[in-house]
Ligand binder design. Sequence first.
Ligand SMILES: [Zn+2]
Ligand SMILES: [Zn+2]
Length: 269
Amino acid sequence: MAKFLTTLETSARIEKIIKEAKIELTLITPYLKLTKIFLNRLKEADSRNIKIRLIYGKEELKPEEMDHLKELDNLQLYFCEDLHAKCYFNEELMVITSLNLHEYSQSHNREMGVSIKREVDGVLYSDAVKEIDSILKSSINKTIKKTVSLRGRITGYYEGKAYFEFATGQNQWIPESAICSQYEFPPDYEMQDFEIETWAIKYGFCINCSNEILLCYDRPLCKGCYYQLGMEEDYGGKEFKYCHRCGTNYSSFLGKPFCQECWQETRYS
Ligand SMILES: [Zn+2]
Ligand SMILES: [Zn+2]
């Protein structure tokens, strides 16, 4: 059953929604001025590679707010002039409320909210999501374009995605819409520098030294460790120390580089 929330409870619930997001997060707030706590929660979600959608409205964001948002690599930003609704959700939890994600509202106003669990109130949850899809369609995309330069080559295409072999040894499918550089196909197999939008790149950790590297199930080692281990006789059966996806301590192997939790979370994606 949906649950009633006071001002403080609403704030706490939104924090929980950001904190517990596993895949994606949507924030709909006509006015935006993030408190330090919420900004940090969003940065944490961003570093967990959560896809964040934020719809704001009424007026343009203040430059300092824009500067904060620029730090988020996985943010998709939208502007809807007529927006007055406020709603926050991840794949499991939702809050529909009067509360803007605004410092002032959170400390000065009397607000109310309703908390919804998808598992319990599925129809309510999906009706709201449908309405938000409709709001999105009439919104202007204001996503801040951020790119990273990566050396590699494209060796294949499938359904709007290009298969990249990076100079670091990892490979990934990258949506063509995220590739900003000019390139030709069929490829000439020469490595070149590509400008790619940051949201499209996935990162993980070397299972041997835990340095951040590009995520690649088949090549979960950084270049240094890969060549160093290549000298060893039987490193195929060697036990490593970290999960390739989340970087936590885990006895991983080549061919089994993810911890249980990461394996569960990525199984169907
Ligand atoms: Zn390494
Ligand atoms: Zn993991």
